[in-house]
Structure formats: structure tokens, C-alpha cells
Ligand binder design. Structure first.
Ligand SMILES: N[C@H](CCC[C@H](N)C(=O)O)C(=O)O
Length: 293
């Protein structure tokens, strides 16, 4: 099986193009765990399948490194858009991609002096969902969670929780590098408060147009970047009056910067790079081992 490995700011995935060759009745969770394994597989934060869609121009399915299927992936969407445009699946620079969470509009932004090269990708990530039912999380399903005190293992955290098609718990800290995210990330991810678990982001607002952000991803742990998380971080900061809406915000992640805008129409826009790492063929033994299970 041919694959392409790509990353968005160091958040890397193994991509399989299923537009003309479906992967019928295989254990996709097992495949995601295996290709993500850095010792016995290719090594990645997960797996992304590019599929046909009857609701949008294309469909993207994202699986985390633990095999769980995510409902959205901001970095994955930018990589998928670049792959589709570069490989001639869309003549237009704008098209739609269906995910489990949303149907999103993407636009590949081309180099001015080299029209066939994708410089970056802009994605309309849609509207943030602020009710507890949207994540989901325990409590009044129609209420929102803005700077609410939450006790995790006798430690109180003030959280702002929302969905960008997938669930995010955002905490504000004084220094993202000093906060022990590797310790508290998994505890919050697996807290019973979040029946389908949650992505955990920590945010330090630097000024009115810049934030630092680090993430512990549901199903993948610490990653270099999280596109949906960067969107959630900007929305959470605005909801807590730490940022003004309708200003483009630079989100500094360990892997690089994203530009996020929460506009007057309640849509969250994300712009950033997408890069190839390699193309390859999964060893047939791996496939046979995988598919014999
Ligand atoms: N771990 C996430 C999916 C990947 C999101 C992230 N890589 C992004 O770029 O948005 C979840 O299970 O909801």
C-alpha cells in the first residue's frame, strides 16, 4: 500500500489515498496504531484517509495514534487540501472537505511567483460549539463552560471547554513551557467529566494579537501542533476577554505559527503551512500481519 507522510507544523500523519481504491472491511484502528508506531511502523501522530464523499468534494477521516477516530483535524485538513490540489484532484483552489465533525471549505494559497506551488492553506473551520453537549461533557447539556473551576485529582483548574468539531479543554497559564502538561494532560484527557475524552490545551496570552499554545492531544499525547486546538485557544481567550474578536491572532505552537481569526459571522478561519515528508510503500508483511488479524 502506497502512502504519503505529511505534516502541519510538525503534526505529522500517514495519508492513504482511497479515492480510487477503497480499503474495505479492514481494521482501520489497528492500521492507524500500526503505521503510527515509531518502532514497528512508519511513525506518526496518526493516520488520515482521503476518501470520496457524497456530501462534499472530498472526505477526510482522521485516526489518532491510539487508533481512535477523531472528528476533525486542522493540520490534517491543510495537508489533505495541499495533497488534493498538487495531485490534480481539484482544478479549483477552493473546495470542500467532509469530516465527521463538519464540512469545511478550504483554499490553497499559491506562491505569487510560482502559481503551481501551494504556499499555505486557509480553512474555514466553521462555528465554535460552546454547549457541554457539543463536546460532550458532563453537566447541563445546554450550558457552556467558560473559566469554570474543575477538580481533577484534588487539583482545581479553571477551564474553558468548547468544540471545533472535536472537543477541547483550554487552561490559561503564565508560561506554557513551565506548565507540566505531560502530567496533567492525560489526567484531564481521561477525566470522567469527558465521556469521549478531550484534547487539552494550555494558553498564555502574550498581547492582543499573539498567544503561546501547547497541546496534549486526545489519542496522540503531546504533539508539535494542533490546528483545531489553536482555533479553540483563540475562541477561549476571546470568551474570557483576554483577546478581541475579529483580529487575526498569531498562535505560537512548538512546531510553528498559525494565524487564526474568529470573524463577525462567528466563523473561525485558520491559515498555515502544509508540507510533504515522504512517499512510500507499506511493507507487504506489515499489511499481511495487519490484515490477517
Ligand atoms: N486528537 C484530535 C484529532 C487531531 C486534531 C489535531 N491534530 C488538529 O490538527 O486539529 C481528536 O481526537 O479530537
Amino acid at each position: 500500500m502506497l502512502f504519503t507522510k505529511m505534516h502541519g507544523l510538525g503534526n505529522k500523519y500517514v495519508f492513504f489515498n482511497l479515492l480510487n481504491n477503497p480499503l474495505d472491511n479492514h481494521d482501520l484502528s489497528e492500521l492507524a496504531r500500526s503505521v503510527s508506531d515509531v518502532n514497528y511502523g512508519i511513525g506518526s501522530d496518526g493516520m488520515i484517509l482521503i476518501c470520496p464523499s457524497d456530501k462534499a468534494d472530498f472526505r477526510m477521516r482522521i485516526f489518532n495514534a491510539d487508533g481512535s477516530e477523531g472528528k476533525n483535524c486542522g493540520n490534517g485538513l491543510r495537508c489533505t487540501a495541499k495533497y488534493l490540489y498538487d495531485n490534480g484532484y481539484s482544478e479549483s483552489s477552493q473546495f470542500t472537505i467532509e469530516t465527521l465533525g463538519e464540512i469545511v471549505e478550504v483554499e490553497v494559497e499559491l506562491e505569487t511567483n510560482h502559481k503551481s506551488t501551494v504556499r499555505s492553506v486557509k480553512v474555514d473551520m466553521g462555528e465554535p460549539k460552546l454547549q457541554k453537549a457539543d463536546l460532550p461533557m458532563e453537566g447541563d447539556p445546554f450550558s457552556s463552560t467558560i473559566n469554570e473551576p474543575v477538580i481533577i485529582e484534588n487539583q482545581e483548574f479553571h477551564m474553558t471547554c468548547l468544540s471545533m468539531g472535536n472537543p477541547h479543554a483550554i487552561l490559561f497559564v503564565d508560561d506554557v513551557k513551565k506548565f507540566p502538561l505531560e502530567r496533567w494532560g492525560p489526567k484531564i484527557e481521561h477525566a470522567t467529566l469527558f465521556p469521549e475524552r478531550v484534547n487539552v490545551g494550555i494558553v498564555h496570552v502574550l498581547n492582543e494579537q499573539e498567544i503561546d499554545y501547547r497541546v496534549w492531544e486526545r489519542g496522540s499525547g503531546l504533539t508539535m501542533a494542533c490546528g483545531t486546538g489553536a482555533c479553540a485557544a483563540v475562541v477561549a481567550a476571546a470568551l474570557n476577554n483576554r483577546l478581541k474578536r475579529e483580529l487575526p491572532i498569531t498562535v505560537h505552537l512548538p512546531g510553528g505559527d498559525l494565524t487564526i481569526l474568529w470573524d463577525a459571522n462567528n466563523h473561525v478561519w485558520k491559515s498555515g503551512p502544509a508540507e510533504y515528508i515522504c512517499h512510500g510503500e507499506l511493507a507487504i508483511e506489515t499489511c499481511q500481519t495487519l490484515f490477517s488479524r
